[in-house]
Design a protein around this ligand. Structure first.
Ligand code: ATP
Ligand code: MG
Length: 243
């Protein structure tokens, strides 16, 4: 048991969640490594949703508001850390949910679907595997025809850079949540929310009604400029740490 008084209590509890996710067969073992990388960047941004992330969240919401066929792609880490809020967001916006795994396994997809259903998720896609993300080899290309394949706007937290590029090549608007502003995913996506998925999804729920003019928000969006803001923020924070 981790004592509540531990200064890193929250971070340790999240590690515990991810660890349990691995034990339950929901998180792939490599999810531990992805989590560690994310944690390091979370330290750098101060473990808070910063103004650059708020702007990206606003734009992500704008895309959901104009989308005809939006979808949220969920993997093991995302399901464990933000599954409940993702179900709420999908119910609010009418977006579909597809469980889509980089390391695809039918057993793991079933477990994640069951977890999301326990939070009230309905008609969760992912098991069909009846279409492919164009231009990718191996199982990581498999997706649902009704889901990712036909979607116009896709939210893919913690995505792989190669797959993000392939989704873009299919003409989709790609929104990601990635703590690392330097990852290929962050650079390739249309909207990168540089924040922890645990904080970002609840914030998307909270801010949803506040975004009134989605076309205007999208028109004014420059993803690389926002990524630069995130990097500048980190640099300034570090430069002034002990001053
Ligand atoms: P890319 O393939 O996009 O270049 P990568 O190979 O560096 O990225 P991956 O392991 O493919 O990294 O993807 C995992 C990404 O998810 C990492 O960039 C990591 O920072 C991010 N990440 C991990 N945990 C979280 C979290 N809780 N919230 C948001 N992002 C996270
Ligand atoms: Mg990668």
């Amino acid at each position: 048991m981790i004592p509540k008084s531990h200064p890193r209590y929250q971070s340790l509890m999240i590690r515990e969640l991810i660890k349990e996710g691995v034990e339950k067969g929901i998180v792939h073992i490599t999810g531990l490594i992805a989590h560690g990388r994310g944690e390091a960047f979370d330290y750098l941004i101060g473990e808070k949703t910063q103004p650059f992330a708020i702007k990206a969240i606003e734009t992500a919401i704008a895309y959901f508001k104009i989308a005809k066929n939006p979808i949220i792609s969920v993997n093991g880490n995302t399901a464990i850390l933000a599954g409940k809020e993702i179900v709420k967001f999908a119910n609010k916006t009418g977006a579909k949910i597809e469980v889509n795994l980089f390391h695809r396994s039918v057993e793991r997809i079933k477990k994640i679907i069951r977890l999301l259903e326990s939070y009230g998720g309905k008609n969760i896609l992912g098991l069909e595997g009846d279409a492919r993300i164009e231009g990718l080899e191996h199982d990581r290309a498999i997706c649902s025809y009704e889901g990712i394949y036909s979607a116009d706007v896709i939210l893919v937290p913690l995505e792989d850079g190669d797959r993000c590029q392939a989704l873009k090549n299919m003409g989709k608007k790609v929104i990601t949540i990635d703590l690392n502003p330097l990852s290929r995913t962050s650079i390739t996506a249309d909207v990168t929310i540089v924040d922890n998925v645990m904080r970002a999804i609840p914030k998307m729920l909270e801010m949803y009604e506040k975004v009134k003019e989605p076309e205007k928000v999208i028109k004014n969006w420059d993803n690389r400029k926002n990524l630069q803001e995130a990097l500048d923020f980190i640099c300034n924070r570090l430069k002034n740490m002990f001053k």
